[in-house]
Design a protein around this ligand. Structure first.
Ligand code: E4P
Length: 226
């Protein structure tokens, strides 16, 4: 499982990059607009935080294959490092994908809502597809079940394409996606933090602290071993 952060908020990215086994950062036009920052300097600031090796995904706004490819080349050159162009699925996106790949640009096909869209994207050469789990759940379509079907189809047809599940609103959705063999997820920071914390964990740690203090007071292991 690869964990990516789905935000353009620099404070959240710094935090996640410091504490979590982060594979990269995904953005989309809504996420970037929320920051109300200058576009390119902000993307470069994200690259600066995560370094050149982590995956950084930026979405094209273009609607023709030629313009999508031009965005891919421009953004790759401007941002550098492990860059992927996010392309919403469309005929133009499918046409652009093999061209982008031939230029060495990674492709994340996004706004995926059906296994059939995912399979076609994989066939066109996309490296990742991003199904929107919560938006499917919101229309009672079972996002994780759709995702499981995509994983199965990629296995059946021996596709190299990976599933990067997106649009999460709770920890249970992430857990369910992991259970059906999803390769990667992109989530906001509060979901990563929700995965880490558990009241029983807090109780267990409090118990360890109490028992230790009864015998060793406020001494740390460092105090006792140095
Ligand atoms: C990421 O690739 C998607 O753009 C994003 O996760 C969508 O999330 P939302 O449904 O919360 O907007």
């Amino acid at each position: 499982m690869l964990y990516l952060l789905d935000t353009a908020n620099l404070a959240d990215i710094k935090h996640a990059n410091e504490f979590y086994p982060l594979y990269g950062v995904t953005t989309n036009p809504s996420i970037i607009s929320k920051e109300k920052a200058e576009f390119l300097p902000h993307i470069k600031a994200i690259r600066e935080i995560i370094g050149p090796d982590k995956m950084l995904c930026v979405q094209t706004m273009e609607k023709t294959a030629e313009d999508i490819v031009r965005d891919g080349e421009m953004l790759r050159d401007a941002i550098g490092g492990n860059f992927y162009l996010k392309v919403p699925i469309s005929e133009a996106g499918l046409k652009a994908t093999p061209i982008l790949k031939s230029k060495g640009i990674g492709v994340l096909m996004t706004a995926i809502f059906t296994p059939a869209q995912a399979l076609l994207s994989a066939k066109a050469g996309a490296d990742f597809v991003a199904p929107y789990v919560n938006r499917l759940d919101n229309i009672v379509a079972d996002g994780c079940a759709a995702l499981g079907e995509i994983v199965k189809q990629f296995e059946i047809y021996g596709m190299n394409c990976k599933v990067l599940a997106a649009s999460f609103k709770n920890v249970e959705q992430v857990h369910k996606c992991a259970s059906v063999g999803c390769h990667s997820v992109t989530v906001p920071l509060n979901i990563l933090q929700g995965i880490v914390s558990h009241p029983m964990t807090d109780m267990a740690v409090a118990g360890f602290d109490r028992d230790w203090a009864k015998v060793y007071g406020d001494k740390t292991i460092f105090d006792l071993v140095k």
